[in-house]
Ligand binder design. Sequence first.
Ligand code: C5P
Length: 224
Amino acid sequence: MKKIIIAIDGYSSCGKSTMAKQLAKELGYVFIDSGAMYRAITLFFVDNKIDIANEAAIENAISKIALKFVFNKNLGKSEMYLNGVNVEQAIRSMAISNQVSEIAALEKVRTFAVDAQQKMGTEKGIIMDGRDVGTNVFPNAELKIFMTASIAVRTQRRYNELIGKYPHISLEEVKENLEKRDLIDTTRAINPLRKADDASVLDNSNLTREEQLAIAKSWADKAL
Ligand code: C5P
């Protein structure tokens, strides 16, 4: 069977990664979470107090970053490594979520991440989720899905994920973070989040995981 690239883009917390992971499992494809790369870069910038107004400092920081996904057999999923250290937990903190979109909007950061992402796609047989995968990373992807869900549904989902780790977090705080990231992601100068003209829209506000997976699988079957 021919191997294809599947690009999944959409707003923050609309279930892209969850669906992409399930679809990758069904198809025997590799799943790549491009957001994890921007989060790991952000972690490096924060830990090293990089001044994002200073172009030379940004360039120097990027030259010191090595990103790698390593498959964890026990968990059955890939984890993000930054300079040889597993940062999978660290990159999911609220502090990183609050700063990632600003760092991800920087031209040098995007060039670095997109180059690495394109290299991962040379063998095809991958599903990548993010914000500019169908429009910029893989404009020739055989299947493009643009996922959306209402802000209320997205806020509740993200809240449910975070409440165990942040018992005092409020729905309002979560909503603010999602709206802030969506605004920066959709209005940045370089490769902003938008639906590719040839992407199929999947609004999962009222769909179960099984229902949305079935829809995506039927689109993939057609594209294969
Ligand atoms: O997917 P996730 O929410 O983990 O992504 C974190 C942030 O990384 C996004 O809010 C966005 O600012 C940035 N991002 C991006 N382009 C991508 C993937 C993520 O700008 N392809």
